[in-house]
Design a protein around this ligand. Structure first.
Ligand code: AP5
Length: 213
């Protein structure tokens, strides 16, 4: 099962990629998480990416291609994966095709999560994430049992640096200009399934798993 999740910021890619990971026993590969980890470590990639990510722009394609190729070479990703946040434009989609065809593999499905702009702002304004295990919460609807602490590992929850109102607006417009063309790109290849991502998390999860079964 080689799956890509597309969708604007806050569509629920990270939330539902975790459910796909658990349902199909495949790794969840989030390029946003990888970049945030690199920024936290202060690695060369992290230093290059920090201001770009915090500004809501896209990190250069060649940096991303190298990162994704290395991650997809790991043993756990040979038989399948759910990619969240990559590709993000047509050149990245072509780079992914190249990486996969180099190992005689191809994508099985691309899911595009569809959500309204007002809901994106609501979701991202209340999102809290765990820097320890990556679990995603929301102050209303998906709140942790103890306020400000991760249920799974107890780490203090944080608000992402790019979840500020002006950066959210920029990320939405970067998505519309650069990533949305991938919907037509993958539709033309017969790989696209659009999923209504409005509604409660369990309802959207069922829609997604039904498409993938
Ligand atoms: P990335 O981390 O990929 O961010 P994003 O695409 O903007 O998406 P988000 O993580 O914000 O949202 P999501 O769809 O995962 O929603 P979530 O499940 O958290 O990328 C960050 C940055 O890194 C980019 O801006 C860019 O700079 C850089 N980058 C990454 N990849 C790159 C690439 N390939 N090329 C270049 N640059 C790259 O859910 C959001 C909230 O909503 C949560 O609080 C959740 O609890 C809640 N929620 C989810 N679903 C529901 C629901 N159905 N009902 C109610 N609440 C819900």
């Amino acid at each position: 099962m080689m799956v890509v999740l597309l969708g604007p910021p806050g569509a629920g890619k990270g939330t539902h990629a975790a459910a796909i990971r658990d349902a199909f026993t495949i790794p969840h590969i989030s390029t946003g998480e990888m970049l945030r980890g690199a920024i936290e470590e202060g690695s060369p990639v992290g230093l290059k990416a920090k201001t770009i990510v915090e500004d809501g722009q896209l990190v250069p394609d060649e940096v991303m291609a190298e990162m994704v190729e290395e991650r997809l070479s790991a043993a756990d990703a040979v038989k399948g994966f759910v990619l969240d946040g990559y590709p993000r434009n047509v050149p990245q989609a072509r780079a992914l095709d190249g990486i996969l065809s180099g190992r005689s593999a191809r994508l099985d499905r691309v899911l595009s999560l569809v959500v309204e702009d007002a809901e994106i702002v609501r979701r991202l304004s209340g999102r809290r994430t765990c820097p320890g295990c990556g679990h995603i919460y929301h102050v209303s609807g998906a709140a942790p049992r103890t306020e400000g602490r991760c249920d799974a590992c107890g780490t203090a929850l944080v608000r992402r640096a790019d979840d500020q109102p002006e950066v959210i607006a920029r990320r939405i417009s970067v998505y519309a200009a650069q990533t949305e063309p991938l919907v037509a790109f993958y539709r033309d290849r017969g790989l696209l399934e659009e999923v209504d991502a409005m509604g409660p998390v369990p309802v959207v999860r069922e829609r997604i798993l039904e498409v993938l079964q």
